[in-house]
Design a protein around this ligand. Sequence first.
Ligand code: SF4
Length: 379
Amino acid sequence: MTAVRGWCPSAWRPMAAGDGLLLRVRPPLARLTRAHALLVAELATRFGNGAIDLTRRGALQLRGFEPAGWRAAVERLVSAGLVDLDAAVEAVALTVAPDWHEGDDTHRIARALAARRGELPELPAKFGIAVDAGAHASLGDTPADLRVERGADGGLILRADGRESGMRLIRDEAVDAVIALARWFVTSGGGAAGRMRRHAAALPDWAMGEVPPREGVPAYEQVAPRYGRLTGAELAALSDGAEALRVTPWRSLLKETAGMIRPSDGRVSRTPARPGQEAERPSPADLPAAAIDACVGAPACPQASVTTRALADRLAAARVAGPIHVSGCAKGCARSAPAALTIVGRDGRFDLIRDGRVDSPPTIRGLTAAALLARLGAD
Ligand code: SF4
């Protein structure tokens, strides 16, 4: 099997990481039924090393597979309808705002688009489509290249990533417009740029629009495991008493019972439930840790030259003001939004960026972990 690096893995094209193959599962409509959750939990434990990462595109990444175990797991996932038999269809990164209700715009358009994925052209590996058509658009920080969103005027819009505004959509023509804009991206040379926001070509006249998204923050009861990491046993426990779990691109899960997900004041549970326990609600003192994003880092990721989560834990324990993003390399998998402190591993040392992203100019380069902690008052 060929190791595929530098782009996102899929179920059919697993990435070789430091702890074995990664198997990515993107649940249809961001929804794992309880039976699906138990299956994923079982496969992660039986064939992988038990670790599951929630990703910023609303997928689950199961870690630590050998090739034979990966194949056995994929066969089970195909049988359960969690992975498409067609690798090209499975590769289309479709991210769905998880707070949909049966029959609403997000649900209807995401279902229609999923059914027509085969009409999309061959797209770059990281190209993604977000369906974000609830009362507000909430996936602005989620990586995607084409966005179906709730517009500021209350209607539906299609927005090319990187543009401030989008074109108005006629409800029943939304999927046609998405497919047409994806085809334009390819025929206008977008493949060389790889992503819509880097594609300099002017949009076709029909895709120009002046309606910005109506942005909003989701307010549902979420369980957000630390750094988006949970075990198979924890996933199984979380599904207890739920009809389904919605997988969010905020690296959290929403519980669905009786077809409903519960609204909240926006606070989230930080700790996944252990078997036999309810997920814990955080005390206010826990909240600063939630403002830290850290990718898996070394040694599990072969592109990292530094460990990340131990450093993030030290910063959390010292209550360094966030948001903080600790990234094992300049790819920045854990966060695309700016952070007060962004710490990027490079050649075994760390670059420090203030009020920026991984690709912003560093304030200081080449710090050792000890020097970095001392400079941030966390030594
Ligand atoms: S950002 Fe982290 S997880 Fe992503 S490739 Fe770099 S080291 Fe690996």
